[in-house]
Write a protein that binds this ligand. Structure first.
Ligand code: 26Q
Length: 821
């Protein structure tokens, strides 16, 4: 046994005691949900001791701390992961067996906390896991959304969004911290006063305000007693309002403030890589940023008298531009509340803030109309104006009288506040999330900024935590790895290279293939239960799971499935290795093309899965409600990892790494981190196809290409495209998929046709898919490649990524936490 705190008999007793205290129930008549709660409180009990010990150590050592500011934390379930990191999973599983319960089914009682959309939010969660595991002090700072990412239901092939009531039964892992409540102010006007020394004071009047209340969720490090916190803020109305008040103005204001508190944390915006420019979103941003920063500064001041030294102890990492109001807010706190001068405040702010860019998609860029921004955040806007004024003086000094530069680089221009420009100008570091992405930032998207301040730019290739995505998600493979190379890989994934010597070992190959087969059986069972579809576990499991977005090209995948099906129908006796195409994706609620693509996938699935004449050789499965918990199982069961974004569009991707670590082979474009994956594993062990980023960018600069040429010359493609508009997959509404057809061939609303080069890459993709099939027929060769993929995944641990952030950006101090015997 690793962890004495989880000694079986006392753990069982505590579970029973908890059932009694919480629900007045014995174990015999408790529900599964009640068991989950009782187990979680027992686990939390152990965590709390380590949490207190961590706090004590931090108190003593006063180490530098990172505040990871993010609108999204896609945590996934806490129970299983905490047990994994406590090294108590096996013990507790046995204890639960003895009580007559299956731990896995108890885990399934936990709602999957989904306070994030996709990659960016999940990256934040992996980073917190790595920070605790590596013993670095950190806070994740975010919003306690009442409703997280919606639950997806598929009805008649269409996506329906159902509210995600993740707090319905309470969250046993969180701790409310009312002692840290702070007031956040919106709107009103700014009055300038002079104090006795003639210094300006800025007083906000006629504002509305809400109380921000933090809830802390423990982030348990692996086997090291370190517990950091994810601090998420809830909003409550400020209770100044008296029911018997006869002042109408008071009454109205109180009601407004009540509404503001309720709406501000109501729901996560379900847009991924798309900016709708909504006022409430800016309120959310300022709400959690102001609360987090006020608290961070107050905590610093508890131990330090000299605020000028803040950057020695604190660093704020901005997860994309979403938290960029942190910059003017820190300036405000330092000037208006701490009484510093502009120059003093600017010096501190620019040494404390760093920015990560996650996208080059122009529709994702955050820009706020001046009118909205200055109305909601009047004092913050004044500060942004001043940052802009001073920056433009710098620009003019460097590029005298150059209006072009001003136009491209100004923070405020054309009636808009540009958050990326603000973050770049005011932070000391700008990083991309994969090597290719950072190069594109430096040489194209942010070229002007790179030329002016090259020292700020750096790359931090993303990573994932092997603890959730191998140790928890794929226990059989995890055990196999440990049997062969020991268990150091759990905290040092570079060790996994040692598996490479088994790539040619017949026994190892068979074992790895067998584990994959067992995991495919597990997924096949899930699909049978959730979709009512029988899939052949011997078929190739070809998987694309990620948010639905045109640039990710799920449409390319399904068009190719349609093409394969056409071939099977035309040549029933052709050689064909059975395939199961698996999709999982949520579409933003207002994204029409994305939703239509989901309908198409389901329509194609209906036709193909029910065609008796193809002998079940192709199956298409759309997994409903793709999320962290079912993702773990899906990665474990995949043979082929579809990473087929239009080159240059996917900043990094992180799913690609999760598949690789679980032994799937990548079928992908040279985009994002795929480039580095291929570099680690060798091009022979992946299936690479399609336009390069340079080629895509060249076409874009030429104004696109003409997909009609392809349509006219390639009859396979033409056949597939005609099936989109002749009712082949929608006999009752032949026009149903017209918009998808048009997006590929006709310029819609003055855009270019086939913006994402689907038809341009189609042939190369189909050929790469043929290579996949031939490679899979060679079982030994496939097993070898699979082992080499696992062995090559060492670089893609978020532990490595975090170490780079520490060494090159954050410079944190490590802590060690010892528990008393
Ligand atoms: C912006 C404005 C208004 C409303 C919403 C948004 C918004 C929300 C979420 C914009 C972007 C996102 C999410 C972006 C995201 O997940 N990006 C992904 O980040 C991953 C981690 O770095 C990368 O691996 C992916 O390549 C990138 O797409």
């Amino acid at each position: 046994m690793y962890n004495k705190a989880f000694e079986k008999e006392s753990f069982k007793k505590e579970v029973k005691d908890n059932l009694k205290i919480l629900y007045r129930k014995t174990i015999e008549d408790a529900t599964k949900q009640q068991i989950f709660q009782a187990v979680s409180y027992a686990v939390k009990d152990v965590i709390i001791d380590q949490w207190m010990a961590t706090q004590k150590q931090i108190e003593k050592q006063d180490p530098k701390t990172v505040y990871y500011l993010s609108m999204e934390f896609l945590m996934g379930r806490a129970l299983g992961n905490s047990l994994i990191n406590e090294r108590a999973f096996t013990e507790v599983k046995e204890a639960m067996d003895e009580l007559g319960f299956d731990l896995n089914s108890i885990e399934d009682e936990e709602p999957d906390p989904a306070l994030g959309n996709g990659g960016l939010g999940r990256l934040a969660a992996c980073f917190l896991d790595s920070l605790s595991t590596m013993g670095y002090p950190a806070y994740g700072c975010g919003i306690r959304y009442r409703y997280g990412m919606f639950e997806q239901k598929i009805e008649n092939g269409y996506q329906l969004e159902v509210p995600d009531m993740w707090l319905k039964n309470g969250n046993p892992f969180e701790m409310k911290r009312p002692e840290y409540a702070t007031e956040i102010r919106f709107g009103g006007t700014i009055r300038v006063e002079r104090d006795c020394q003639g210094r300006e004071k800025f007083i906000q009047e006629n504002y509305q305000s809400v109380n921000a209340i933090p809830y802390d969720i423990p982030i348990v490090g692996y086997g090291n007693n370190v517990v950091n916190a994810l601090r998420i803020w809830d909003a409550e109305a400020i209770n100044t309002f008296q029911l018997d008040s006869f002042d109408k103005g008071d009454y109205n204001k109180a009601v407004e403030q009540q509404n503001l508190a309720q709406t501000i944390v109501e729901v996560l915006y379900p847009n991924d890589n798309h900016n709708a420019g909504k006022e409430l979103r800016l309120k959310q941003q300022y709400f959690f940023i102001s609360a987090s920063l006020q608290r961070a500064v107050a905590k610093f001041k508890e131990k330090h008298d000299d605020i000028h030294r803040l950057p020695e102890k604190v660093v704020f990492q901005l997860n994309d531009t979403h938290p960029t109001v942190a910059i003017p807010e820190l300036m405000r706190i330092l000037m208006d509340e701490e009484g510093l001068t502009w120059n003093e405040a600017w010096d501190i702010t620019t040494r404390a803030c760093a920015y990560t860019n996650h996208t080059i998609m122009s529709e994702a860029l955050e820009k706020w109309p001046i009118e909205l921004f200055s109305r909601l955040l009047p004092r913050i806007y004044q500060i942004v104006e001043e940052i802009n004024r001073r920056f433009l003086i710098e620009v003019d000094r460097r590029y005298p009288c150059n209006q072009e530069k001003v136009k491209k680089m100004a923070i405020i221009y054309d009636g808009q506040v540009k958050m990326a420009h603000l973050a770049i100008v005011s932070g000391f570091s700008v990083n991309g999330v994969a090597r290719l992405h950072t190069e594109i930032l430096k040489n194209q998207e942010l070229k002007d900024f790179y030329e002016m301040m090259p020292q700020k730019f750096n790359n931090k290739t993303n990573g994932i935590t092997q603890r959730r995505f191998l140790l928890h998600g794929n226990p059989m493979l995890a055990d196999w790895v440990t049997d062969h190379i020991g268990n150091d890989w759990i905290t040092d994934l570079s060790q996994i290279r040692k598996l490479a010597i088994y790539a040619d070992d017949k026994k190892a190959q068979q074992e790895v293939m067998n584990i994959k087969y067992q995991n495919k059986l597990r997924l096949a069972k899930y699909i049978r239960e959730h979709n009512g579809i029988e899939v052949d576990p011997r078929s190739i499991f070809d998987v694309q799971v990620k948010r639905l977005h045109e640039y990710k090209r799920q449409l390319l995948n399904i068009l190719h499935v349609m093409h394969l099906y056409n071939q099977l129908k035309e040549h029933p006796d052709m050689e064909f290795y059975p395939r199961t195409f698996i999709f999982g994706a949520k579409a933003a609620a207002g994204y029409r093309t994305a939703k239509l693509t989901i309908k198409l996938i389901n329509a194609v699935a209906d036709v193909i899965n029910n065609d008796k004449n193809i002998g079940g050789r192709i199956k298409v499965v759309f997994i409903e409600n793709y999320r962290v918990s079912n993702a773990e199982m899906i990665f474990a069961a995949s043979d082929v990892s579809e990473q087929i974004s239009t080159a240059s569009k996917e900043a990094s991707g992180t799913g690609n790494m999760k598949f690789m670590l679980n032994g799937a082979l990548t079928l992908g474009t040279m985009d994002g981190a795929n480039v580095e994956i291929v570099e680690e594993v060798g091009e022979e062990h992946a299936f690479i196809f399609g336009l390069s980023a340079d080629e895509v960018i060249r076409f874009e600069n030429q104004g696109g290409y003409n997909p009609m040429d392809i349509f006219n010359n390639d009859q396979d493609i033409r056949k597939v495209l005609m099936q989109l508009i002749n009712g082949y997959y929608s006999p009752r509404d032949p026009e149903l998929f017209r918009d998808l057809y048009d997006s590929l061939l006709n310029s819609r609303n003055c855009g270019r046709p086939d913006t994402y080069f689907i038809l341009k890459d189609f042939k190369a993709y189909a050929e790469a898919q043929k290579r996949v099939e031939w490679a899979y027929r060679n079982e030994e060769g496939w097993a070898r490649s699979s082992i080499l993929n696992i062995a090559g995944a060492g670089k893609f641990s978020s532990d490595r990524t975090i170490q780079e952030y520490i060494d090159e950006i954050w410079h944190l101090d490590k802590i060690r936490v010892e528990m008393p015997e």
